[in-house]
Design a binder for this molecule. Structure first.
Ligand code: GLA
Length: 709
């Protein structure tokens, strides 16, 4: 007997103008041999034939006598020597699973392929929906079904995707509290690059996204594949280069033993995997993710927020907060958010979490006086919660210690003095729903800042995350007018799974403008900028102690959902005027900034950062140019705007949100004048604007508008 590699057959060609995805099978083992540039033009599509011989690489010595292609759910029984895609047991016995394609259907209208893989002898199947969206992203939803009368214990369920074998580097995002989403590049050779998150929330340390690209890929150059795991709990992402020399990315939940036990005839859904491809660098990949996220929610106008946290911390006092609201309205704030400190016993961070009743010792007449005042000034009102947490020093914990994970231990590990409530329990979710619902029903609350300030330990992430989603879904359904922000100590729960349920992310607890540029740059690789809460803080940053001019703070915050987190009662009239001007500028431009194309632009000097938004072929654009730190030369390379190349004649204007911060100039480059000048798009793209010398940690804006004759 000699088992040979079977013939490859193409199951489907998912196609958009920019991207093609091929779904194929060999011996009824399903794999995706290609995710890359579109293979045909629209008018050729109907007659276009994919030749499967392109995907058969042959068999070489030193291994098996069949060619092993990395299956969507790769299994050892099929020759796969990498990490298995599905590991499950029944009655303590590990199942030697062998899944083969048993059913296929298509929906050409929405470019979707539906597959069923079955192992009938072990009574397990996997249903997979592959969908190529208009945003050019591929989504993969896989569900493992237990077809037997007994339970199925799943210890690992992962989806495996080959990205292009030309990928030679991987960019990941991670960091720490108050310095999240820092980019890191790793060469991708034979060693595995593995990301594991065991913190029970998306985490500050590792975001669930990887970008694999050709050697030296930049924002505008190189071929890049972005792969994201849309989930807010534990996960594992592996970039592997070992098997048959194909480059694959494998993703799934990181499950603990006994975490997923599927009852008879029920199923386990692997969270969604989202893949974006760009032939033109990282920014192109990001733009697909942005379009996908935007397509999931109605477009909303995002009001300018005043958050009370860094203004007053826990010192809630009606008189102060009333004056703060009055000043906020004067400078143009549209939403007043009362942060931590309003509920029973919460005078500092050691007590009160769980007791979601307005503290009458601080708010004797409840929240009505402040809310009425805020609303009378034309603003709406937002409120802070941290629903999943409990302080041991709270009425809730005293009454229900059994509701806390680890609550029964004599010496549990606390995080910020708190424990985590067990959200897999319906009674816990019911209590939280009832309390939050009561407050949202009693008061006119437009916005909830939903925090989560400690990691989980010891597993339980799967049920906990589902419990969190269920609670949030229930609240969204009952209060569709309320907007939610995902906070998690800033930056700790940012992913496109929770993005379906919230309107905003608090990007980081650091509002240091310099660090924020790095953090927002990282996050903007897969999250649309309008979802990133971005605040103008006080002149000296509370988390870093660094001082920054208003123009720098405001320009950085402009490319996000703008807010202010600063005790406005300390401002001079001149400060207030400048802040008002910056806020007015955001309001004038927000519709454009929040619906058009965001891009990060390459510059050879790494101390210069260029990012901005443009529409269409560059007919209108707004870019921020920043000098991050002192650069190596007086005349840095010109600023080139490649997207302007066919934009014709453009009016170019320099804008400062505050005082200009030019450095060492006895004479500025001639294009910088007090009035707009007209320039050609092709010159802007190919020659570029001479870069003026700027003080470090300063920025200015350039606005382009097409001249219509
Ligand atoms: C977290 C948040 C902050 C603030 C505090 C309140 O750290 O990220 O913005 O809400 O909690 O305790």
């Amino acid at each position: 007997m000699n088992r040979m590699s079977g013939v490859i057959r193409v199951i489907d060609h998912l196609w958009t103008e920019h991207t093609s995805v091929i779904v194929a099978a060999r011996d009824e083992i399903v794999f995706i041999p290609y995710i890359g540039p579109s293979l045909c033009e629209a008018d050729e599509y109907e007659g276009f034939r994919i030749d499967p011989t392109f995907f058969a690489r042959g068999v070489v010595g030193g291994g098996l006598d069949i060619e092993v292609t990395p299956a969507l759910i790769p299994l050892p029984s099929q020759g796969w020597t990498g990490t298995p895609g599905l590991e499950a047991s029944r009655n303590g016995a590990v199942l030697p699973l062998d899944l083969r394609l048993t059913e296929t259907s298509w929906d050409k209208e929405i470019d979707e392929t539906f597959l069923v893989l079955t192992d009938s002898s072990h009574q397990v199947s996997v249903e997979i929906v592959l969908s190529l969206k208009e945003s050019n992203v591929l989504t993969i939803d896989a569900t493992v079904k237990n077809l037997s009368d007994g339970t199925l214990d799943i210890t690992s369920a992962q989806v495996n995707l080959p990205v292009g074998d030309s990928a030679a580097e991987v960019l990941t995002l991670g960091g720490r509290h108050a310095m999240e989403a820092v980019r890191q590049r790793t060469p991708w050779g034979r060693s595995r690059i593995a990301i594991e998150n065991r913190t029970g929330r998306t985490s500050h340390e590792q975001l669930g996204v990887v970008f694999a690209g050709t050697s030296g890929f930049t924002e505008q150059t190189g071929e890049v594949w972005g792969v994201h795991f849309a989930w807010s709990g534990n996960f594992s992402i592996m970039c592997d280069g070992v098997t048959e020399t194909r480059k694959t990315v494998q993703l799934g939940e990181l499950l603990q033993a006994n975490e997923v036990i599927v009852p008879a005839n029920e199923s386990y859904a692997i969270p969604r995997v989202i893949v974006s491809h760009s032939p033109n660098g990282l920014s192109g990949c990001s733009q697909n993710f942005h379009e996908y996220a935007r397509s999931r929610q109605p477009h909303i106008q995002r009001p300018v927020v005043l958050n009370t946290w860094e203004a007053v911390y826990f010192n809630h006092d009606l008189e102060t907060l009333t004056s703060l609201a009055t000043t906020a309205a004067e400078v143009g704030i549209e939403r007043f958010v009362l942060d931590d400190g309003w509920f029973n016993g919460r005078r500092n961070d050691t007590a009160g979490l769980g007791d979601w009743y307005v503290d009458e010792s601080v708010w004797p007449e409840g929240l009505s006086p402040i809310i009425s005042h805020v609303r009378s000034l034309g603003m709406d009102f937002g409120l802070w919660f941290e629903p999943e947490m409990v302080n041991p020093n709270s009425e809730l914990f005293r009454t229900h210690p059994e509701w806390a994970l680890d609550g029964a231990l004599t010496n549990p590990i606390l995080g910020r003095n708190q424990l985590v409530l067990d959200l897999s329990r319906a009674d816990v979710r019911d209590y939280l729903f009832q309390r939050i619902d009561a407050l949202l029903s009693e008061y006119e609350i437009a916005y909830v800042k939903w925090d989560h300030n400690r990691p989980l330990i010891g597993g339980a992430s799967h049920q906990q995350t589902l419990g969190f989603y269920a609670l949030l879904d229930q609240l969204n359904e009952k209060h569709p007018q309320v907007q939610f922000e995902s906070c998690a100590s800033g930056g700790g729960r940012i992913d496109l799974g929770v993005a379906d349920r919230v309107n905003r992310f608090w990007a980081s607890d650091s509002i240091d403008a310099l660090d924020r540029l790095e953090i927002q740059k990282g996050l903007s690789t897969f999250i649309p900028i309008e979802m990133l809460g971005s605040h103008i803080g006080s002149p000296t940053c509370h988390t870093t102690g660094r001082k920054h001019a208003l123009s720098f703070r405001a320009t950085t915050a402009l490319f996000g959902w703008l807010g202010v987190e600063w005790n406005l009662l300390t401002l001079t009239e001149k400060d207030k005027d400048r802040l008002r001007q910056a806020i007015d500028f955001y309001k004038e431009n927000r519709e454009f900034l929040h619906s058009e194309t965001f891009v990060r632009i390459d510059h050879p000097d790494e101390s210069i950062d260029i990012r901005g938004v443009y529409s269409g072929m560059g007919s209108h654009a707004l870019f921020a140019v920043t000098r991050l730190h002192s650069g190596p030369s007086n005349h840095s390379a010109p600023l080139r705007f490649p997207m302007m190349k066919d934009a014709g004649e453009l009016e170019v204007e320099v804008i400062h949100l505050g005082a200009p911060r030019w450095a060492l100039h006895r004479e500025l480059p001639q294009w910088i004048t007090d009035s707009p000048s007209v320039m050609s798009g092709s010159m802007l793209a190919n020659v570029g604007l001479p870069m003026p010398s700027l003080l470090p940690e300063s920025s200015f804006l350039i606005q382009f508008s097409q001249v219509v004759y």
